[in-house]
Design a protein around this ligand. Structure first.
Ligand code: ZN
Length: 358
């Protein structure tokens, strides 16, 4: 895997095939307010529906993508048994769990998923295998009002799957922490003090990340705080930190864009005058690479949204490490100063004993 220190940045020609096609703006709001309240409210109720475990027993937690596993591990602080389900480096958007995951789910007290329709196959397996006392907690669905969902080229509204990448936005990740704390405290009150203390310490770290992202972003003039990415993982971040997502080129079916779409994107890249475009380590794109060769835009292909750095057990293998890496990469490639981010202490606040499938 690419580490923070040796990540290579390919400077080449690039053109961004970014599809603006379809634009990237948030479209929402047309849904009835009643519906949005119901979806979010039901998800929150479900998160808090798990039964309290007997004192002295250990809470069994399952998680889906690795960033959520890392966040949960920091709040749980080694006091719970945590098993990730989605292997790192796989396409979490199309992932289907093997039948063997059913055995893990059958022992689970609570599963933390992202929601916003990211993990439907895992959710279906959970629905039929979780004990009746367990909770299926979709964090994003529970913290984000439906009217704030973002739909765009990669996640079109008529496809029924909103952009699910809330966790790359430090402000929204903080809301995940608070909800995870509340769920753990309710289900395992014997360890409430530790969960509360861990969540508070981790929230301080996320607040520091939030401040560092703000500081580093401000070193870029507004016209350079624009993103053309392959994988569409930074839409909520952009909204909260004053960036503009010009486009993301990955089609909703995760195929490569068509030649017509690429042509449109090339036109857009040329006219946008962006300084860099960003590919994803999990989704290598021959098209983007080719575009890079044929144009003069810096092509950075190392961003990652759900595959942590390094290997389990490495200090950098964490949600905070992932966020630092992505935003340092972005801001420096665009000509900004990411010192505030580089100076962050990204160490976990508690031992991470979770199992991360590879
Ligand atoms: Zn993703």
């Amino acid at each position: 895997m690419t580490s923070f220190r040796n990540a290579h940045i390919r400077v080449g020609a690039v053109i961004l095939a970014f599809a603006i096609i379809g634009g990237c703006s948030s479209t929402s709001g047309s849904d009835a307010a009643d519906e949005s309240r119901d979806i979010q409210g039901e998800a929150l109720t479900e998160c808090l529906s798990g039964q309290t475990i007997p004192a002295g027993s250990t809470l069994n937690i399952s998680t889906t993508v690795a960033p959520i596993t890392s966040i949960v591990a920091n709040v749980a602080g080694g006091l719970a048994d945590i098993t990730g389900i989605v292997p790192e480096g796989t396409n979490s958007h199309t992932f289907e769990p093997s039948p063997s995951v059913a055995a893990t789910l059958a022992k689970t007290d609570v599963i933390f998923a992202n929601g916003l329709v990211l993990e439907e196959p895992t959710k279906e397996l959970a629905d039929t295998n979780l004990p009746s006392s367990a909770a299926l907690c979709e964090l994003g669905t529970a913290v984000l009002p439906v009217d704030d969902y973002i739909y765009d080229f990669s996640f079109p509204k008529d496809g029924g799957k909103p952009n699910p990448h809330l966790w790359t936005d430090p402000k929204l990740a903080t809301k995940y922490v608070t909800l995870i704390r509340d769920v753990l405290v309710k289900m395992d009150p014997s360890n409430a003090a530790a969960y509360t203390s861990n969540a508070a310490a981790y929230t301080v770290k996320l607040d520091e990340l939030d401040a560092a992202v703000t500081t580093a972003s401000a070193t870029l003039p507004a016209e350079d705080r624009r993103l053309l990415t392959y994988h569409d993982a930074y839409a909520y971040f952009a909204n909260d930190y004053g960036w503009e997502v010009l486009g993301a080129i990955q089609p909703s079916d995760f195929a490569e864009p068509t030649s017509r779409e690429v042509g449109d994107l090339i036109t857009q890249v040329k006219s946008s005058k962006v300084k860099a475009i960003f590919g994803s380590e999990v989704f290598p794109s021959a098209v983007l690479e080719q575009i890079g060769r044929e144009t003069g835009v810096t092509y950075v292909d190392v961003l990652r949204d759900d595959d942590l750095l390094g290997e389990p057990g490495d200090a950098e293998h964490s949600f905070l490490g992932l966020m630092q890496f992505d935003y340092v990469t972005m801001i420096e490639a665009l000509g900004g100063d990411a010192t505030a981010l580089r100076n962050l202490d990204i160490s976990d606040v508690a031992p991470d004993n979770a199992r991360y499938p590879q």
